[in-house]
Ligand binder design. Sequence first.
Ligand code: DNO
Length: 357
Amino acid sequence: MKTTFRWYGLGNDTIPLAHIKQIPSMTGVVWALHDVPAGEVWSEARIAEVKSQVEPYGLNIDVVESVNIHESIKLGSPERESYIENYKTTLRNLGKYGVKVVCYNFMPVFDWIRTDLFKETEDGSTALFYEHAKIDGIDPKVLVKQFMENSKELTLPGWEPERLKHLDKLFDLYKGMTEDKLRENLKYFLEQIIPVAEEVGIKMAIHPDDPPFSVFGLPRIVKCHDDLQKIIEMVDSPSNGITLCSGALGPNLNNDIPRMVRTFHERIPFAHIRNIKVFDNGDFLETSHLSRDGSLDIAEIVKAFNDVNYQGYYRPDHGRHIWEEKCRPGYGLYDRALGIMYIQGVWDACEKAKGEK
Ligand code: DNO
């Protein structure tokens, strides 16, 4: 499996490409044009610019996370047609520069949600945290305000100010939206874009809902094994794939992630590997990647990838903030680099064990 690392772009990330390259096993950055609003075309010039910044460091730009989906596509409103056309143009442009995987999500209104971005933990590090009591009954606008204030002035993926401007209106538009309708809208989108993705050699990889349950009454359709099964059946093509994110699926402890890997591996072009500790009341804290630090058996997940001889891309996911690093929440250098070394260690141990059989 190929190691990659999320990078927010020149002038927008605290971590230099030269440092990313020094992480053992590194092959490429996972990137996006974070300033382009959802729905607009990514121009060839901008894509070429990123490629020219990244490649001199011996890194590739094979994986994009994310080309965000315009809300009209999720809502199934008539304006979706022009936004779907824009999406196709973006895919064609990305294909020309060698991009192989495009991660996206289909979460209404919000992308990932936490209640605390810098929660103090026992060893003095801080980490992302989700606390049910803080979400229940809160006005989503209050949560957004807190989020923005806590992010230490760094924009967070999925929380771009542009997207959050019209929150009340968006919530109104989603009134009456059911899981089935949302699924139909996803199918409609996939039926149109997957042929283009196939044509230009791109694998689409839907990201699970994070957390994997309804928040603020909004429907969620990428939460569990059955949901993933339904999505890959919507369009039967290797270009219609999944981003298997252990941390997003993990808060539902009934989600058997190694089983998902074994079942869906041919349709998993991209994986996010991270651990979380789920408390008895369902709150969860992002921990180090180590199996014994959290509720997910990361070693078992990596073993499942090894057993199926996984050739796709993975990245370590959110890390804690350690050694006084000042960084974007979840996206520092140190803990994510430690995560990679753990994942690679487990992978090598699996390879050795195979050799000894
Ligand atoms: C947060 C990320 C998400 C993810 C999107 C994928 O840290 O995991 O913003 O990139 O949901 O589309």
